[in-house]
Design a protein around this ligand. Structure first.
Ligand SMILES: [Zn+2]
Length: 320
């Protein structure tokens, strides 16, 4: 067999393989699309990207829908990419609930594709007042190229603010009715009331933290919405920026250590995705206390309400 014939065979085989893959994708896609649930029939499939958001969605729909969460609890969303199975799950969804604002960077293309086929995709951050970033956090110079940055700006970590979550619940209630015919109005009203109560409870829990101690240093910039809601200042982050995937430069690190000392920050918070060696070095050199913060991990009871209480308890415990 000549080498060119061998190549032809190989390419034919590859085309066959990709044709089979396309068929598999297409058959997976047939399960998707909006459906109207009838009593006693299959429940609509709602797919949620991360566990904290998933807990709220589950609470909202009760047993009227099958809720599947893609990222495992405690997984760093900035360091996650979907498996083939995750993509199939998204393809078979009746409704996808995503966080938005590049949190699920590895899923953006898949979401655009299913949306293009008519599957409803709800982006939670479309329904939140997005936190404005400080000037120096926009690193790009005012380039007139226009196409250097395809990323959406803004802070995706809205879930640490129960008031922002309430706005998402309200919007999602409407989407569930409009897109997959689910009436969740009763559960929605109960959840909205619970989130109002939770907000008041968090304020009470944080009362003992004096104004001078309302300073947050976290693993990355994950607590901006919490800080704005409850009157805290973001002093800095071990990994500066909105993702855990950034680099820590020596200059930034020494600036952070100086800030911690100057501002007499009592404690710093380490999270999923925070490099332990860097945190240890900061603690050793400044004497600051290190406290674990569960800003993306659901507690054992799986409840969003408990999740927020835990964050408030961790912050108050370290800074009061
Ligand atoms: Zn984050």
């Amino acid at each position: 067999m000549t080498s060119s014939r061998l190549l032809m065979r190989l390419s034919l085989r590859m085309r066959l393989v990709s044709a089979i893959a396309v068929m598999a994708l297409a058959s997976a896609a047939c399960g998707g699309g909006p459906s109207t649930p009838a009593p006693g029939e299959e429940r609509p499939a709602v797919v949620v990207t991360h566990a904290v958001l998933g807990s709220v969605v589950q609470e909202l729909v009760g047993d009227a829908a099958d809720v599947t969460v893609l990222m495992g609890n405690g997984v760093d969303p900035h360091d996650w990419s979907p498996s083939a199975r995750d993509i199939e799950t998204v393809n078979n969804a009746d409704l996808v609930v995503a966080n938005g604002l590049d949190l699920e960077e590895g899923l953006i293309r898949v979401l655009e594709e299913v949306e293009g086929r008519g599957v409803a995709v709800f982006h939670a951050t479309d329904h939140v007042v997005i936190r404005e970033m400080d000037e120096d956090e926009h690193e790009g110079e005012e380039g007139e190229e226009g196409e250097e940055d395809h990323h959406e700006g803004g802070d995706p970590h809205f879930w640490v603010d129960p008031v922002a979550m309430k706005a998402v619940v309200t919007a999602l209630g409407g989407t569930l009715a409009a897109e997959i015919g689910l009436d969740v109005s009763e559960r929605q009203a109960a959840l909205e009331a619970a989130l109002d109560e939770l907000d008041a409870e968090v304020r009470t829990m944080l009362d003992p933290v004096p104004a001078a101690n309302r300073k947050l240093v976290t693993g990355h910039e994950s607590m901006g919405y919490f800080a704005e809601r409850y009157g805290f200042v973001l002093v800095g982050a071990v990994i500066p920026g909105l993702t855990t995937q950034g680099e820590v430069s020596a200059g930034e690190l020494s600036r952070l250590k100086a800030e911690i000392e100057e501002q007499q920050v009592p404690a710093i918070f380490t999270e999923v995705g925070t490099p332990a060696a860097v945190v240890d070095a900061i603690a050793r050199e400044t004497g600051v206390e290190v406290v674990e913060l569960h800003a993306i991990t659901l507690p054992d009871d799986g409840s969003y309400l408990t999740f927020i209480r835990e964050i408030a308890r961790e912050v108050a415990g370290a800074l009061a």
